[in-house]
Design a binder for this molecule. Structure first.
Ligand code: XMP
Ligand code: MG
Length: 180
């Protein structure tokens, strides 16, 4: 893998396609075991998680459902701290075993805002599956149940994650070059 240019910035290879795929199938196997005999409802948070959600979900065995919501808090390479619900939840979660699927937890603000709305509808349980977690960026601590990769506090693109709309179609994950 070589560096890629997205808009005005250069990004260097960080997680290979093989590394990502191996970890996702291992996490999916753990989730499948944990929910054996149940019918979990996966709620994937668009846009960033669409690729992770697809790859994770196809490795889940047994009955499972998936739905999507769209929340956004990022502009460019910095969180705006303001979370907007662009597409809301259209599925009844009352009494359901919910697994939230997120691409990345950065400050934790997105889920900190969303979780109370979800708990209001009285799901039986809520667990969180994330592809990436930036522990050093935490402002709102979130209890993550399934984490694929804990990463440094540097901006990343690829595999669904974007820099101002571009970079989502990369199969690997790249890290902003030279960022401290
Ligand atoms: P919070 O701060 O709410 O952020 O936990 C979660 C959302 O912010 C986006 N995000 C990123 N997007 N590269 C991206 O392309 C990054 O390094 C990054 N960090 C956070 C992402 O949409 C996530 O859902
Ligand atoms: Mg996201």
């Amino acid at each position: 893998m070589t560096a890629v240019k997205v808009h005005d910035k250069y990004f260097v290879p960080f997680l290979s396609e093989e590394t990502i795929q191996q970890k996702i199938s291992a996490v999916a196997a753990t989730i499948s075991l944990d929910y054996q005999g149940k019918k979990p409802l996966f709620i994937a948070i668009l846009n960033g998680s669409f690729m992770f959600a697809a790859d994770l979900f196809k490795h889940i065995s047994g009955d499972a459902e998936i739905c999507f919501i769209k929340l956004a808090s990022y502009k460019g390479t910095r969180s705006t701290g303001h979370v907007v619900t662009a597409i809301g939840l259209d599925t009844d979660v009352t009494g359901r075993e919910v697994v939230i699927v997120e691409d990345i937890i950065d400050t934790g603000k997105t889920l900190h805002n969303f979780l109370p709305q979800l708990y209001n509808q009285q799901p039986a349980s809520v667990k969180i599956a994330v592809l990436l977690h930036k522990p050093e960026a935490t402002v709102y601590p979130i209890n993550i149940n399934y984490c694929c990769f804990a990463i440094p506090n540097k901006f990343v693109v690829g595999y669904g994650l974007d820099y101002d709309g571009l970079g989502r179609n990369l199969k690997e994950i790249f890290q902003l070059q030279g960022e401290e």
